[in-house]
Design a protein around this ligand. Structure first.
Ligand code: RUQ
Ligand code: CUA
Ligand code: CA
Length: 655
């Protein structure tokens, strides 16, 4: 075939059968001969053809045909509020996002690893201090890749205090304080590349009185030499991955644990004793072919109490310049279960996703290249650590065939699991107890309860309060990676989609399509009463706050000039101020307005300054006044009938 023939073929396949069929075929063709075909041949349900049927008539009929939903049933009418917050990662944007559920309305983008002029994130001295600067004053990084957001827990449910999210590119962990919904801390995780999975603990395994989150666990997806300083570059067998524990409050790295293979997603047990991570590269491969060569990979479980005891007793080392204590969690160093820090449970090849069931009993690991999910019994894992179970594989109590490309699983609190099927473009509902009975040998029982088409290729899927003891079984959101024909086209790149599904009944019902900016990855759905935001800032929080308009002034120390400034609708505290060419100018701006939502902005033409101050908030910027002339400092946030008149003049005198 000539290349134009190929082009023709691809276009026809897209037009005729829909992208879904194209992806399925292409994905399967790409995987043929690499072992997936083995997995497929053992998958009776669904028929590969069935997954594709109807692809030609996707769209309105498809969506409406799958349910009898009156859309208004779940609409949030004017003047009413959503029942839930959805906190979502923002992928390439490096931000997090806040949506309403079920409305799907976007309420807020929380800048984290990115720059954001709406809030001035990355522009003010305060946000730059959080983002981290290099010696020359430039920001250390301006990019981020957020995948997962998870909240802090008390008593097994969200306490509304913090969210944490990862930066996969630069291996940073960020915290968001939920009272203001702003990022308050970012740290670098040493010795790690490709920080992907993240999960807070839910209570302390050592102290029964500590029933809230005190640790955040972070997984490393890309293995590297340790230290990664040029040694062992050509010897991938000497590359390793690391599991990191960060203190939730101080955000200091507490310890690290070296593992064989890699770490992908992370889950934690409700009793605080265990954390787990699925591993798709137990082969230590450096190409995807190598990473798919073994029939089985693993889910590795970390015995938190034992790791911390090992650290206490000094059984640790450090890597390179890092001072963080590291323990050895590799297989060779942990052969005796009775002293082992880690337990490697074999699961079918290249798993993706690990999720804790809300009853606290199981971790569910998805197959990805196997049409199965694996249910690991955490009680049996403890039995293995006690030496009472020989083979780590004996901790597996179910492995139902769910469909093609299972990635992530949510729960309804009624014993059912909902797994996203990337290749099948479906959500499958299955019953955990039935899957266990089937695994024990009961041939009569079918754990699969329902399937619903989603549009298309879902990644994460999660339920309302589904990662807490207060799971309520009402909503499931399918995070779809492709949307094809669901929205008005906006160029070659389509929006992503969060599809809302009602899971309160026996049958799943598709309720709504919500377009989202690529690519939200993971989210959590949190009952609104868990979140208590502040109405205004605390004036005393900033040590340099200008607490009275009378305190506005210009202070000079040599070439350093500080402008103490206030805003109060519709005026800045100084109508003008004068500096000299060559001065290093710091403007400290306090918003003295006390009314909720009465935000002012400050922008200075040609100085790249653009930020806002919320009621009673203080922020500052520092810059070099390098050009003589008049600069209109103006308010960027429509605050008052005289908003346009809200200006001040910065006069820069010739040197
Ligand atoms: S991963 S689509 Cu970055 Cu959360 Cu599974
Ligand atoms: Cu202040 Cu507009
Ligand atoms: Ca593998």
């Amino acid at each position: 075939m000539t290349s134009s023939d190929w082009k023709e073929k691809i276009i026809t396949s897209l037009q005729d059968a829909g992208r879904r069929k194209f992806l399925n075929t292409a994905a399967l063709a790409g995987l043929a001969g690499t072992g997936l075909s083995v997995g497929l041949s053992s998958c009776k349900k669904p028929e590969p053809g069935a997954a594709v049927s109807g692809a030609g008539k996707i769209g309105a009929t498809h969506a409406l045909g799958s349910s009898n939903v009156t859309y208004g049933e779940f609409e949030v009418p004017p003047g009413q509020l959503d029942q839930y917050y959805t906190f979502s990662s923002g992928g390439h944007s490096g931000e997090a996002r806040v949506y309403g559920c079920p409305s799907g309305r976007l309420f807020k983008r929380i800048p984290i690893f990115n720059l954001d002029c709406e809030s001035g994130w990355g522009i003010t001295n305060e946000s730059r201090a959080i983002l981290g600067a290099r010696a020359d004053g430039s920001l250390k990084y301006t990019t981020g890749d957020t995948h997962h957001v998870h909240g802090s827990y008390t008593d097994g449910t969200y306490d509304g205090k913090y969210l944490w999210t990862n930066d996969k590119i630069h291996s940073r962990l960020a915290r968001i304080r939920l009272d203001y919904m702003v990022c308050d801390k970012i740290i670098d995780i040493p010795n790690v590349q490709g920080f992907h999975g993240i999960f807070p603990d839910k209570r302390d395994p050592l102290d029964p009185k500590i029933n809230h989150t005190t640790r955040v666990f972070c997984g490393q997806e890309f293995h590297v030499p340790q230290p990664n300083d040029g040694r062992d570059e050509n010897d991938p067998k000497k590359y390793y991955c690391i599991f990191t524990c960060v203190d939730a409050e101080s955000m200091k790295v507490r310890w690290q644990c070296k593992v064989d293979g890699n770490l992908d997603l992370v889950a934690t047990s409700y009793d605080g004793t265990l954390a787990g991570s699925n591993q798709y590269n137990t082969e230590n491969g450096v190409t995807y072919e190598e990473m798919m060569s073994a029939e089985r990979d693993a889910c590795v479980l970390f015995n938190i109490a034992r790791i911390e005891a090992a650290i206490q007793s000094g059984r640790h080392y450090t890597i390179g310049d890092s001072k963080v204590p590291v323990v050895d969690g590799t297989k060779d160093a942990n052969k005796d279960p009775k002293t082992a820090l880690t337990c490697y449970v074999p699961v079918p090849k290249n798993p993706h996703g690990v999720n804790a069931t809300p009853d606290g009993k199981y971790f569910v690991c998805s197959g990805k290249l196997s049409p199965t999910t694996t249910v690991i019994d955490l009680g049996l894992v403890h039995k293995w650590f006690d030496g009472a179970l020989k083979d780590p594989r004996d901790t597996v109590v179910a492995e139902p065939e769910v469909g093609l490309g299972p990635l992530h699983t949510g729960f309804d609190g009624r014993g059912n699991a909902y797994t996203t099927l990337f290749l099948d473009s479906q959500i499958v509902k299955w019953n955990i107890d039935k899957a266990i009975a089937q695994f024990k040998g009961d041939k009569q029982v079918d754990p699969i309860l329902d399937r619903i088409d989603v549009h298309y290729q879902p990644g994460h899927g999660f339920t309302s309060m589904g990662e807490t003891r207060e799971v309520d079984g009402k909503f499931f959101i399918s995070g779809n990676k492709f949307t094809k024909d669901r929205f008005l086209p906006v160029g070659p790149r389509h929006p992503d989609q969060e599809q809302l599904i009602d899971i309160s009944g026996d049958k799943m019902r598709l309720i709504a399509d919500h377009s989202v900016d690529p690519e939200p990855h993971d989210s959590i759905i949190v009952k609104r009463d868990k979140i208590r935001t502040r109405q205004i800032n605390d004036l005393n929080e900033h040590p340099l706050a200008v607490k009275d308009a009378k305190d506005c002034r210009v202070e000079r120390k040599g070439k350093k000039v500080t402008v103490h400034l206030t805003s109060q609708a519709p005026a800045f505290g100084l109508r003008e101020f004068t500096v000299r060419q060559g001065d290093e100018v710091t403007i400290i701006l306090t918003n003295l307005d006390k009314v909720e939502d009465l935000t002012h902005g400050l922008a200075i033409p040609m100085y790249d300054i653009n930020f806002v101050v919320n009621p009673q908030q203080t922020k500052s910027v520092t810059f070099k006044a390098d050009r003589p002339g008049v600069n209109w400092v103006y308010c960027t946030n429509f605050c008052h009938a005289l908003h346009l008149e809200m200006r001040s003049r910065m006069l820069v005198e010739q040197a």
